[in-house]
Ligand binder design. Structure first.
Ligand code: MSP
Length: 636
């Protein structure tokens, strides 16, 4: 088996601070990286940021910064969060780094030389926030299938990558590599998509200057997605003369972690690029679901993003890591809630594990046991427990290798319950007075079991498990520990660290604390319910702004004439002058409340209200509605 392992996270758009969703991809990759190390592999673990493209350029203009200044401000925040959560990355790759730019240009130049790139005209719908082309042949702008925002028509000269030529090769590759994508449902979706036919893929833009210059044609920049995928190569040394040895050792990736929203780029375009460049294809893509908050995908634009910094400060980063890895099934969407987090910390961590450790430590202290030696002939019950430990280690290994992390952790906790039951059954507090030899065996067997738990769970909770192991005189072995555990015949000497007795490894969440936290959660998902009958009273109507002008003596108001189709034309006054220029509003189709009581403003009547959404950093925006919806239609 290759003893080098390369693991990647997606590179995150440097447009905002990381949220719990970005942390999730990263923790999964970190757990796998730690797991590989624990099995004796030399690991190169890459994470980083995606810093080019129109989305970033526009956000920088909105923020009044240069694109470079704009992206730079987020890097310390990524570092802070990743360090706080002990992400054990080898490199933090940024796409504005020179080595990345040169490497990306090299790859494109190779594809050009091999005849896989040609110049033509692209015309079609484009979603700027997602930086993706939307393959729909409609006359009116379709909404982006990924983010539901409006697309824009682009028509420009572009370089195409001959993706269509790779359809059969990709299908053959999928067939020969049935483990390429996990979970298999996602793999099947990809195969269906490729079978339905592949169009050539536009990989350059003439209208975006914030990007990597296209080799031999500086009028073009490399399309941001094509460039971003190259970061997986450049981060580990591709195109960099001094890192050739490293690149050879680590390429191709053992595991690439990504969210389901970006699967097509990774499972179709990416292997096709690599085939074209005659580079090996990653061994496995792990596609995870979304974290939702109250049924919605957590995202910055939805305003429901959970900030990982206060979360770690309140609950502890290891506790959050445990929650993410155990209670979000990696192959599905999962929900985050504070309530659930408390339950989990209290039940699984404080009760099941923390209590068990404390009971052993207190008992050892009470009967002056400062250390326990290995035992040559074990009691039958203990031999049984040892067998179960070995079974569990084998299951854990299989589940972790297969990236079924939530099942692996659940299996480990099943064993913890078993240790608790054993401890309870053996009643060592009675044995201490009746049968010292057996008492010591029970203490020793419990320590052995805790050692196994501490080592295996250290990939999930590195700090807490190091603390747990320290109480029984063990340090977390860096490498090859799993094999050692399997070979282990329970000959271990444990030394009790008397200063650690009474240590609270995990804090319990008492009902009053939970109540406080529930209030916090309510501030994320509004709970002030209204009846449907109340909602239906509000007329939300689609209309197009046909005239817009400033109102004399008011720096806030704009006077709009809105076409509501069969409902006629209406005058609506809106306090948005600081956010929109009148000329930018003319022709915009959006949503209005049309049954508000008419109101006089600055001596003029307003017969309705324009709906807007406010983003604290970017200001107001209108509700986007598909152009095909006719004026006068009521929203329900
Ligand atoms: N820059 C691209 C990736 C390029 S990789 C060559 C991008 N960036 S992103 O910042 O939008 O998303 C990065 C990752 O975060 C994706 O895997 C995405 O699925 C993940 N998540 C973002 N929000 C998420 C949730 N709410 N839940 C889980 N993961 C989510 O796409």
């Amino acid at each position: 088996m290759k003893d080098h392992s390369y693991i990647t996270t997606p590179i995150y758009y440097a447009t905002a601070r990381p949220h719990l969703g970005s942390l999730y991809s990263t923790v999964i990759a970190d757990v796998f990286a730690r797991w590989q190390r624990l099995q004796g592999k030399s690991v190169f673990f890459m994470t980083g940021t995606d810093e080019h493209g129109q989305k970033i350029a526009t956000a920088a203009i909105d923020a009044g910064k240069s694109p470079q200044e704009f992206v730079d401000q987020f890097i310390p925040l990524y570092n802070e969060v990743w360090n706080m959560y002990e992400i054990s990355y080898t490199t933090f790759a940024r796409t504005t780094e020179k080595k990345h730019i040169l490497g990306a240009q090299k790859l494109i130049a190779i594809l050009q030389e091999r005849g896989d790139i040609y110049k033509d005209v692209y015309s079609g719908w484009y979603c700027t926030p997602c930086e993706t082309f939307v393959n729909e042949d409609t006359k009116v702008a379709p909404l982006c299938p990924s983010c539901a925002r409006e697309t824009v028509m682009v028509q420009e000269e572009t370089y195409f990558f001959r993706l269509s030529a790779y359809q059969e090769k990709l299908l053959a590759f999928y067939k020969n590599n049935p483990d390429f994508i996990t979970p298999s449902e996602r793999f099947n979706e990809v195969i269906k998509f490729v079978e339905s036919g592949l169009k050539d893929f536009s990989i350059s833009r003439t209208t975006v200057s914030w990007g990597v210059a296209f080799p031999n044609d500086t009028k073009h920049t490399v399309y941001v997605w094509a460039e971003a995928l190259c970061s997986y190569l450049t981060a580990v040394g591709y195109g960099n003369d001094v890192q050739q040895e490293q690149f050879k050792q680590f390429w191709p990736p053992t595991l690439q972690v990504l969210g389901k929203d970006i699967i097509r780029f990774h499972a179709v375009y990416w292997p096709a690029f690599l085939m074209a460049a005659e580079l090996s294809i990653p061994k496995k893509l792990l596609v995870h679901g979304w974290i939702r908050v109250g049924h919605e995908k957590m995202s910055k634009s939805k305003g429901n993003a959970v900030d990982p910094i206060p979360l770690a400060q309140t609950y502890g980063s290891d506790e959050v890591r445990y929650f993410l890895m155990r209670y979000l099934a990696v192959n599905q969407d999962g929900e985050f809630s504070y309530q659930h987090l408390h339950e989990v910390i209290t039940a699984d961590l404080a009760n099941d594990l923390g209590n068990l450790l404390n009971r052993v430590l207190l008992l050892a202290e009470k009967y002056n046991v400062t250390s326990v030696d290995s035992v040559s002939v074990w009691h039958d019950t203990i031999i049984l427990l040892r067998g179960e430990a070995l079974d569990m280690i084998a299951d854990y290994r299989r589940l972790m290798d297969g990236c079924s992390f939530h099942l692996a952790v659940a299996r480990l906790w099943q064993f913890i319950k078993r240790i608790n039951a054993f401890f309870h059954e053996m009643e060592p507090w009675k044995l201490a007075k009746q049968d010292t030899a057996l008492f010591l065996q029970v203490i020793s067997a419990t320590c052995h079991s805790l050692r196994i738990v501490g080592i295996l769970a250290s990939v999930i909770m590195p700090t807490k498990m190091a603390q747990l192991l320290a109480t029984i005189g063990i340090t977390v072995p860096a490498m090859d520990a799993v094999t050692a555990l399997e070979d282990d015949i329970w000959h271990q000497h444990f030394i009790f660290n008397s200063q650690k007795t009474g240590m609270v490894l995990f804090k319990k969440w008492e009902p009053f604390m939970i109540e406080e936290a529930a209030q916090k959660e309510e501030s994320i998902i509004p709970q002030n319910y209204i009846e449907f009958d109340d909602f239906i009273k509000v007329d939300l109507t689609v209309g197009t702004i046909v005239q817009a002008e400033a109102v004399a003596k008011s720096d806030k108001l704009l006077k709009l004439q809105v076409d509501f189709g069969p409902l006629g034309l209406r005058q609506i006054l809106s306090g948005i002058a600081k956010h929109f220029k009148p000329e930018d509003l003319i022709g915009r189709k959006t949503v209005f409340v049309t049954n508000l009581k008419p109101r006089m403003m600055m001596g003029m009547e307003s017969r309705g209200m324009l709906l807007t959404a406010e983003n604290p950093e970017k200001g107001l925006s209108l509700v986007m509605i598909n152009e095909s919806i006719e004026n006068g239609i009521r929203l329900k």
